[in-house]
Design a protein around this ligand. Structure first.
Ligand SMILES: [Zn+2]
Length: 464
C-alpha cells in the first residue's frame, strides 16, 4: 500500500508487455478524423475499446454526439468516490491524422506497433493514444495498489482534435455540470527534451489576418503608367515596415506583450530551446530586443508574414500590379487581449497613412492561456513529478510556444490547467513514421503513477 508499490506495479505492466498490448489494440483502430468514412471507427474507439476498460475501473461512461454535424463524438467518464475528495478532470483525443499508409518506411505499418530499438512506431503512439493510455494505466495501477484512488475523476475523450476540435467548446459550455473539477491534468505534445519530465500550463494564442490593398481593376503597362500610378506592392511593403522593423521587433502599439511576471521569467530562465536533429540555427539578433531566445518564444508576442503577393510571382510582367495582399500571423501570450489586436492594427495603419489597406481577421482564433508556475496546483504537480524523477529537474513551461485548445478548459470551464507531455520533438506526429520512445513511455508511466498516487494522499491545494 505504498507509492513505491504502485510504481513497481506500473513498471511490471510495462516490462511484461501490458502497455504495448493496450496501445497496439488502440493503434489498430483506424480513427482518422479527417476522413468522413472513418466516422464509425471514431465511435468504435469509444464504445468498444475505452468504455469497457474504464467500466472495469468503476467509471460510468456516456458517449455524446457532437453538437456540430459531421464532427466526432465525445466520451465523458466519471468515477466518483466521495464529495469531500478533490476531483481531477482529464482529457485525451482518440482520433488521429491520416495514416498516409504508403508513405511509411518499408517494414512499418501505421496501424500496428513495430518496435525498433527504443522506437515504437505506429499512428497515434505519440498523438494522442499513447499519452492517454499512459495516464489511464497509471490510474489503474494506483487503484489496484490502494484499493481506491483517493480522488474523483471526470475524463473527456474527444474524437475531432485533428480537425481543430469542432464542437469541443460548445459541448463543454453546454455541459459545465459534467465537468465540475478542482484541477485539469492531461497529456499531449512533446517534452522539452526526451529525458526531461516536463509540464506546461497553457499555450500561446494565434491571430491570423489578411491585409489587402486594391488600388484599381487591372494591371497597367509600366512604360506608359509608371510614375503616374501608385504601386500597391510598394505601399504594402512600407506598411509592413511600419509594423515590424528589419530585426523582427513589433512596432504596432498594443501588439507587444506586457512584461513577464517574475515567476514566469524565472521558469523560462531554466529552459533551453534549440538543438536536436535537423533543427535550424537560432538567429541571435531577431525579435524583441533584450530578451533571451527562450523568453522570445515562450514569453512574448511574435509577428510573422506568412505570405505576401503582388502581381503574378509565377509570371512577372512589366506592369504596375493592381493589388497586394499580406497574410499575417501573430502568436501572443496570455495577457494580450485578442479583441484589441485588429483595432490596434487599424489605428496604426490609419495613423501611418495606410488607411486604404483593408483588414480581415481569419476564422476562429486559438486563445492564449497560461497558469502562473507559482499557482498552488502547478507547484503541487511539479513537486510530485520531482519526487519520482530521481534527481532530474522538471522542465516548467508557463505556456507552450505553439497553440492548443486549452482555453476550453482554462476559460470556458475555469480550471487550473496542467499538461504533462509524454512525447518528444522528433516523434514525427502528423507525418509518416510517427513513434514514441519506449524509455520515455516507461518513465511517463512511473511519473503519472506517482502523480495520481499523490493526488489521493491528501494535502492537495484547497478548492477554489
Ligand atoms: Zn495532433
Amino acid at each position: 500500500m505504498t507509492r513505491q508499490a504502485a510504481i513497481e506495479r506500473i513498471e511490471q505492466y510495462f516490462d511484461n508487455g501490458g502497455f504495448r498490448e493496450d496501445l497496439a489494440r488502440r493503434v489498430a483502430i483506424h480513427t482518422e478524423s479527417p476522413i468522413p468514412e472513418r466516422r464509425p471507427e471514431l465511435y468504435r474507439y469509444l464504445t468498444d475499446e475505452m468504455t469497457p476498460r474504464l467500466q472495469q475501473s468503476g467509471f460510468t461512461c456516456q458517449v455524446f454526439d457532437n453538437p456540430l454535424p459531421d464532427a466526432g463524438p465525445f466520451l465523458v467518464a466519471h468515477r466518483h468516490e466521495d464529495d469531500s475528495l478533490p476531483t481531477v478532470m482529464s482529457y485525451g483525443h482518440g482520433d488521429v491524422v491520416r495514416g498516409y499508409d504508403d508513405q511509411w518506411r518499408k517494414g512499418l505499418d501505421p496501424w500496428s506497433i513495430t518496435v525498433e530499438g527504443d522506437r515504437w512506431y505506429g499512428r497515434g503512439t505519440a498523438d494522442n493514444k499513447g499519452q492517454h493510455t499512459i495516464n489511464l494505466s497509471a490510474m489503474e495501477a494506483v487503484l489496484a495498489t490502494r484499493g481506491r484512488l483517493g480522488f474523483n475523476v471526470v475524463l473527456l475523450l474527444e474524437m475531432g482534435e485533428e480537425c481543430g476540435s469542432p464542437g469541443l467548446d460548445e459541448f463543454c459550455a453546454a455541459h459545465k455540470d459534467l465537468f465540475a473539477a478542482d484541477v485539469f491534468i492531461a497529456s499531449d505534445g512533446p517534452r522539452m527534451q526526451p529525458d526531461a519530465p516536463t509540464v506546461f500550463m497553457g499555450s500561446r494564442g494565434v491571430f491570423n489576418f489578411t491585409m489587402t490593398l486594391e488600388l484599381r481593376e487591372g494591371g497597367h503597362h509600366s512604360g506608359n503608367w509608371g510614375g503616374l500610378l501608385a504601386n500597391p506592392g510598394v505601399i504594402m511593403a512600407h506598411a509592413l515596415a511600419s509594423m515590424i522593423d528589419a530585426r523582427g521587433r513589433i512596432r504596432v502599439d498594443g501588439w507587444r506583450a506586457a512584461p513577464m511576471s517574475e515567476t514566469v521569467r524565472a521558469a523560462i530562465g531554466r529552459l533551453k530551446v534549440g538543438g536536436g536533429d535537423g533543427a535550424p540555427a537560432i538567429d541571435p539578433d531577431w525579435g524583441e530586443p533584450g530578451l533571451s531566445p527562450e523568453e522570445r518564444v515562450f514569453g512574448t508576442n511574435t509577428f510573422e508574414v506568412r505570405a505576401f503577393e503582388t502581381g503574378n510571382p509565377r509570371n512577372p510582367v512589366n506592369a504596375i500590379p493592381p493589388r497586394a495582399t499580406v497574410w499575417g500571423h501573430l502568436r501572443y501570450v496570455a495577457g494580450t487581449d485578442p479583441d484589441t489586436l485588429l483595432p490596434s492594427l487599424r489605428k496604426h495603419l490609419d495613423a501611418n497613412g495606410f488607411g486604404a489597406i483593408e483588414l480581415k481577421s481569419e476564422r476562429d482564433m486559438m486563445l492564449a492561456t497560461r497558469l502562473d508556475p507559482a499557482h498552488p496546483w502547478a507547484q503541487w504537480a511539479i513537486g510530485s513529478l520531482t519526487e519520482t524523477a530521481d534527481g532530474r529537474e522538471v522542465a516548467v513551461l508557463p505556456n507552450l510556444g505553439g497553440s492548443l485548445p486549452n482555453s476550453v478548459f482554462a476559460d470556458t470551464l475555469g480550471l487550473p490547467t496542467i499538461w504533462v507531455p509524454h512525447s518528444y520533438a522528433g516523434c514525427s506526429q502528423h507525418a509518416p513514421n510517427e513513434h514514441v520512445l519506449g524509455r520515455v513511455c516507461r518513465d511517463a508511466l512511473r511519473l503519472m503513477t506517482g502523480l495520481w498516487w499523490d493526488l489521493g494522499e491528501g494535502g492537495t491545494p484547497a478548492p477554489g
